[in-house]
Design a protein around this ligand. Structure first.
Ligand SMILES: C[S@@+](CC[C@H](N)C(=O)[O-])C[C@H]1O[C@@H](n2cnc3c(N)ncnc32)[C@H](O)[C@@H]1O
Length: 235
């Protein structure tokens, strides 16, 4: 199933819960909002826990492949565009900042290897639409390298199992992969921020898979680390 179809069917559920990540999302949102200004493109919806006051100061466009995921933003008066991160419809040098909020792990073409290639494709597109000196902001769940390689080996089986439940494959990349992809796509001045709420416990239940609302695991047993990477277009 394509992510657009999946999110069109699951938008209500997605917006109905923070999957146990509310405090992490809040820290990530405040970090992004401190950095962005001017004309901003947010691809794959908007960053969760966004502040209405902060976004009111931006000339903001939200893009997504799912009409249903865009609907709440359009109804809130935000400019929205049905668009694919891999082939954006915007002209070169149109934005001061581009935000990729929890979207890259969904762009996989149903294969671990293709997912890595597609991150490069998206970053190349982001580099194209950013103005000189503009910045990209990647909010993601990163995994450590051993988990990353285990994920690669398990990807065909994971795809099969998720496919039985009608859920597209997701691929959590490592911070190192994002870092090197940014450098190869001609970004520089890479900075990373790890949102780590003081009151979070390893026992806090999180819901790791959107399409399986009954599945809850303690945060400490789910081997992902939230990160916000930002980088400047190098040319
Ligand atoms: C997990 S949701 C994140 C939504 C929102 N950013 C948030 O963090 O609450 C991922 C979003 O990415 C969108 N998406 C998936 N593939 C995409 C693509 N190739 N281009 C643009 N958006 C995409 C999905 O439709 C979905 O709305």
């Amino acid at each position: 199933m394509e992510p657009s179809q999946f999110f069109n069917s699951n938008a209500g559920e997605y917006y109905g819960t923070d999957a146990g990540m509310g405090t992490v999302n809040e820290l990530a949102a405040r970090h992004i909002e401190k950095g962005v200004s001017g004309r901003v493109l947010s691809i794959g919806g908007l960053w969760p826990q966004h502040s209405p006051d902060a976004i009111a100061k931006l000339d903001l466009v939200v893009a997504d492949v799912s009409e249903e995921m865009l609907r709440p933003h359009r109804e809130a008066g935000i400019s929205t565009v049905l668009d694919d991160a891999r082939a954006l419809s915007f002209e070169d040098e149109s934005f001061d900042h581009v935000v990729l909020p929890l979207v890259l792990h969904h762009i996989t073409e149903q294969s671990w290897r293709a997912a890595r290639r597609e991150v490069h494709e998206v970053l190349a597109e982001v580099g194209r639409v950013l103005k000189r000196g503009g910045r990209v902001w990647i909010s993601e769940f990163a995994v450590r390298r051993p988990v990353y390689w285990a994920e690669a080996l398990a990807a065909p089986a994971t795809k099969l199992i998720l496919g039985l439940a009608g859920i597209p494959l997701v691929v959590m990349h490592s911070s190192e992969f994002y870092y090197s992809a940014l450098l190869r796509e001609e970004f520089g001045e890479v900075e990373s921020y790890y949102p780590n709420p003081a009151d979070a416990s390893w026992r806090d239940p999180i819901r790791p898979i959107i399409g399986l609302p009954w599945l809850k695991v303690p945060r400490g047993l789910y081997p992902v680390r939230p990160v916000v990477l930002s980088a400047k277009v190098a040319w």
